[in-house]
Design a protein around this ligand. Structure first.
Ligand code: NJP
Length: 228
């Protein structure tokens, strides 16, 4: 039975990925700050798909929280085959108007959180020749006015991902770069596909398809969006 870890699994893309992986029979370790949501979701997955689910409070901007999460996961499952590094937050505003606190917050979650999460699970992933899927963004190589803090944090997440790959060829690193997805990222979900939004399930379906490719194939990154 393969073991997958999903960060930011309480809502949106992470939740959809967790459900898709449960359907594929993965044992799951789910982390996020909303423990009530995680608790309810885990029960649902266990009942519907008969898989084992560990859920735990996780704040990826807090190194201690990440250490405790990784420790609990490795103790429960003994190792990890797939790590989905998904937790992330938006941050708008002109660069000359973003506060120091907001800049630090977005980097702690979207950039340092990615580095720390991968670092903690890397020994196990190397041992199992596992896969890391990092949800960055379509903007991880682009520039967007009024979103500079977010964009820079995703460039950093991309750089961490690619460097981990260069240093650890025995692990597969996939950078997922979605366009707009209808999640809590834009407030409350409910946006239409015709408005240019994908569904979180679209991202999950793509990842599952990538995981089914032959072992010798490495897809380094996927940039994908709604056709509208
Ligand atoms: O957003 P949302 P998405 N520690 O808000 C968790 C990227 N992306 O699914 O902690 C741990 O529905 C949060 O859980 P909670 C985006 O940058 C999106 O769209 O309980 N977890 C929730 O489960 C991000 O990297 C779009 O609040 C933390 C999840 O993260 C990823 O997709 C486009 C946390 C966020 O769910 C998932 O975002 C794109 C923390 N400190 C890239 N902070 C898009 N939606 O259009 C948050 O290019 N979470």
């Amino acid at each position: 039975m393969k073991v997958a870890v999903v960060t930011g699994a309480s809502k949106g893309i992470g939740r959809a990925i967790a459900e898709a992986l449960a359907k594929e029979g993965y044992s799951l370790a789910l982390g996020a700050r909303s423990v009530d949501l995680l608790e309810e979701f885990s029960k649902e997955l266990e009942e519907n798909y008969g898989v084992k689910v560990l859920n735990s409070h996780l704040d990826v901007s807090d190194p201690q929280s990440l250490k405790e999460f990784a420790g609990a996961v490795l103790q429960e499952f003994g190792g990890v085959d797939l790590l989905v590094v998904n937790a992330g937050i938006p941050m708008g505003g002109r660069l000359d108007e973003v506060s120091d606190e907001d800049m630090e917050r977005v980097f702690q979650v979207n950039a340092l959180g990615v580095w720390r999460t991968i670092k903690l699970f890397l020994p196990s992933l190397k041992e199992r020749k596992g896969t890391v899927a990092v949800v960055t963004s379509y903007i991880s190589t682009m520039i967007l006015a009024n979103a500079g803090a977010y964009v820079a944090s995703k460039w950093a997440a991309r750089a961490f991902t690619k460097t981990f790959q260069a240093e650890n060829p025995e692990v597969k690193f996939i950078e997922l770069r979605p366009g707009m997805v209808d999640t809590y990222f834009y407030g409350r979900p409910g946006r239409k596909i015709e408005e240019g939004f994908m569904k979180p399930e679209d991202v999950a379906e793509l990842l599952v398809a990538l995981l089914k490719l032959p072992k010798h194939v490495l897809v380094e990154e996927v940039l994908f969006r709604s056709v509208y």
